[in-house]
Design a protein around this ligand. Structure first.
Ligand SMILES: [Zn+2]
Length: 140
């Protein structure tokens, strides 16, 4: 065992079992590591040194992936690419963009310069103001 510079990670048998159980239930690896009080990197290091643990770890991750509900987190943390997860991830991204945009426009005093051109109604208003045929008299 090498002594790391950080806190001593006691990733003993009991901690490993608890960690693997948590991961198998769909918990993120980093969260599961924190749950048992070890460095988030500890499981990866351990897996490199311990083939049996590596196999159990891979198995737990596979089971966790099956168990976790389809969601943005499933997409990001479990690498799931099921349609449900793609949709959830896309929605979450769009929501974040929307929120960021709102914040930006608030900082700008609520001005949204690009919005008008995408509103179909404004086209009508524009064409009414610049008619192609002169209003009123009809040329004889
Ligand atoms: Zn999924």
């Amino acid at each position: 065992m090498t002594a790391g510079r950080g806190r001593p990670a006691r990733f003993d048998e009991a901690a490993q079992q608890k960690f693997l159980a948590a991961v198998a239930q769909g918990m993120r690896v980093g969260d599961a590591a924190r749950l048992v009080g070890v460095d988030p990197q500890a499981p990866r290091y351990r897996a490199r040194q311990d083939v049996a643990f590596a196999e159990a770890f891979a198995d737990a991750k596979a089971r966790g992936k099956e168990r976790a509900p389809h969601s943005e987190s499933h997409y990001v943390n479990h690498g799931c690419r099921a349609p449900e997860c793609r949709t959830a991830a896309a929605k979450a991204r769009a929501a974040r963009r929307g929120a960021a945009k709102r914040e930006e426009s608030e900082e700008d005093g609520g001005v949204e310069p690009v919005e008008l051109s995408s509103v179909p109604g404004s086209l009508t208003a524009l064409s009414l103001r610049s008619p192609s045929s002169p209003p009123g008299r009809v040329a004889a």
